[in-house]
Ligand binder design. Structure first.
Ligand code: DGL
Length: 271
């Protein structure tokens, strides 16, 4: 029985955790939300890389055997930097999205992602390797309040529809036929996306994760989930109730006194 470590800047990776739990084929998982530094999508790349390295070191201390980077921003900016630094398997959510492309028959695909994911160029690069004929259009959803609202647990209603539409408009003008939810916060609003853009094929990487990791062979009776955040533990507990309908205890860890603290001071000057 292996222990998984899943992380994101906030609630987004819970969409991945949820689909894994629904398989009944994982027995132990730690979810880590770096809530103190949400959103990652506009932070400097070197900040994200160092932060992600710290998180994986934390997982190792907790005896995690496999890590899922359930954050597109962290996957697109830090995966290459990290993958040779650790001996345990590390999975990128971007690869999960790519595995979902097999269900898409069109030739024009949109990607909604954070500013840093867009800038990394990872989606066009990887998709072109799979299908050189595909036309790919990436739009950032980091500028408006959309991701912040989802982080607060708001997943429907007027504000969500309006802000989503602002991000979608440039993509719709390109006549896309499908959309990759290139930020793990977005699957929480996929019912809104489906309702407003019924003609688009939706590729949801949180649903595809089971294609890229190895689950237990047998169904498990009980799963142990430990949740860690770096800030706002009570708010996170409420959000878990609202979004996942669970009452898990959330532990806050404070790294400010460690070397991350020194790094943070350096980075605060840059943000
Ligand atoms: N969930 C993160 C992702 O998939 C986005 C949120 C953020 O900007 O931190 O990129």
């Amino acid at each position: 029985m292996k222990k998984f470590g899943i992380f994101d800047s906030g609630v987004g990776g819970l969409t991945v955790l949820k689909s894994l739990i629904e398989t009944n084929k994982i027995s132990e998982v730690i979810y880590f939300a770096d809530t103190k530094y949400f959103p990652y999508g506009i932070k400097p790349v070197d900040f994200i890389q160092k932060r992600v390295e710290e998180i994986i070191n934390f997982f190792l201390k907790e005896e995690v055997k496999e890590v899922i980077i359930a954050c597109n921003t962290a996957s697109s900016t830090a995966y290459d930097y990290l993958k040779n630094k650790f001996s345990i398997p590390i999975y990128s959510i971007v690869n999960s999205a790519l595995s979902g492309l097999s269900k898409f028959n069109g030739k024009r695909i949109g990607v909604l992602a954070t500013r840093r994911t867009l800038e990394s160029g990872i989606y066009p690069l990887m998709i072109k390797k799979i299908d050189p004929q595909m036309e790919i259009f990436v739009e950032s959803c980091s500028e408006g309040p959309l991701l912040g609202k989802i982080e607060e647990g708001v997943i429907e209603g007027e504000v969500i529809e309006r802000e989503l539409h602002k991000c979608m408009l440039p993509l719709l003008k390109k006549n896309i036929e499908g959309i990759i939810l290139g930020c793990t916060h977005l699957p929480f609003i996929s019912p809104v996306i489906r309702k407003n853009y019924p003609n688009l094929t939706i590729i949801d990487p949180s649903q595809e994760i089971i294609n890229i990791i190895k689950l237990e062979n047998e169904k498990v009776e009980e799963i142990r989930v430990d949740i860690f955040v770096t800030d706002k533990e009570l708010e996170f507990q409420d959000i878990l109730k609202k979004l996942l309908k669970v009452n898990w205890n959330v532990k806050k860890i404070d790294w400010e006194r460690s070397e991350v603290g020194a790094f943070k001071r350096e980075i605060d000057k840059k943000i």
